[in-house]
Ligand binder design. Structure first.
Ligand code: RIB
Length: 303
């Protein structure tokens, strides 16, 4: 039984898995400056893995398609997937080290992240397609931009040929090819990614309505919640509950993973968005990416 008491559709995430190495400091150093911080943590991250773990916490059957190194970080990620119940048959190994993210979090919970993709950039097109074609009852395929776009394109094409719904989180931002846009059903940028895609920040309804994607789009707006832009440019906004943020790392991924689960479970898009906003808002009140995500029992109390 899932977080909303109904059977979820099967989800595949084609994406990145990283180890997050995070330093917390009230004030971040300027160039040439050294400062003492308060805390250092090692945690599970990577936008793809975060979204997969969040969807699994909600109760979805999740398959992860990705690549890790044959090193201690890779081993730990593999064990974590097993613990969370993620199907990892299509998680390959590489001689290249597992991807890592160096993260700084300031006293307002805001982060700065440098990723070293490592093995994530070695996912093979042929393996991704084979996985998408083989997963039984697959309903939704989710991807981000921490792996090579050619892999996402091939996976989404395979997904569309078998009638799946595709969700693209264009993070971190990179130009999205027209071919990939053509096989994307949902695009979910945050404010910064919206600006990169559209040319200006989503500061007014007029800007939102003119969003170039002409897809089902959701723009996540941080503490302001999220807005759904339908292909015929109707806007539906969901406000976020007021919380005190200690670390916003992985909040967008919590939204996408929850949204994918809810859509795969047959929820309407606005209810799915509303659930995503609640879960993401809760995640920012705790430190880390996956370590901040609520479990199924806690998710059930949010609806
Ligand atoms: O979205 C947050 C994630 O971005 C972190 O977990 C880090 O791994 C980077 O990929």
């Amino acid at each position: 039984m899932t977080a909303n008491g109904i059977k979820s559709g099967v989800i595949a995430v084609v994406g990145s898995a990283m180890m997050d190495l995070t330093a917390y400091a009230d004030v971040l150093p300027e160039p040439g400056q050294t400062l003492a911080g308060q805390l250092f943590t090692t945690g599970f991250g990577g936008k793809g893995a975060n979204q997969a773990v969040m969807a699994a916490h909600c109760g979805a059957e999740v398959h992860f398609i990705g690549k890790i190194g044959i090193d201690v970080f890779g081993k730990a990620i593999e064990e974590n997937f097993a613990k969370v119940g993620i199907h990892a048959k299509y998680l390959d190994r590489s001689e290249t080290p597992t991807g890592i993210a160096h993260i700084w979090v300031d006293g307002n919970g805001e982060n700065r992240i440098i990723i070293i993709p490592g093995a994530n950039h070695e996912i093979e097109v042929v393996k991704a397609v084979e996985a998408i074609e083989s997963i039984k009852d697959l309903a939704v395929v989710v991807a981000q931009c921490e792996i090579k776009q050619e892999v996402t394109l091939a996976a989404f094409k395979a997904a569309k040929s078998r009638g799946c719904t595709t969700i693209l989180n264009p993070a971190p931002f990179q130009e999205i090819s027209p071919e990939l846009m053509a096989v994307t059903d949902w695009i979910i940028p945050n404010e910064t990614e919206f600006r990169e895609l559209h040319g200006e920040l989503p500061t007014s309804d007029e800007v939102l309505k003119n969003f170039r994607s002409r897809k089902n789009s959701i723009v996540t707006l941080g503490r302001q919640g999220a807005v759904y832009i339908s292909p015929d440019t109707q806007l539906t906004k969901v406000e976020a509950p007021k919380v005190t943020a200690v670390d916003t790392t992985g909040a967008g991924d919590a939204f996408v993973g929850t949204f994918a689960y809810a859509l795969a479970s047959g929820k309407d898009p606005v209810s799915a968005m509303s659930m995503g906003v609640k879960v993401a808002s809760l995640s920012v009140t705790r430190k880390g990416a996956q370590s901040s995500y609520p479990d199924q029992a806690e998710i059930a109390t949010l609806s």
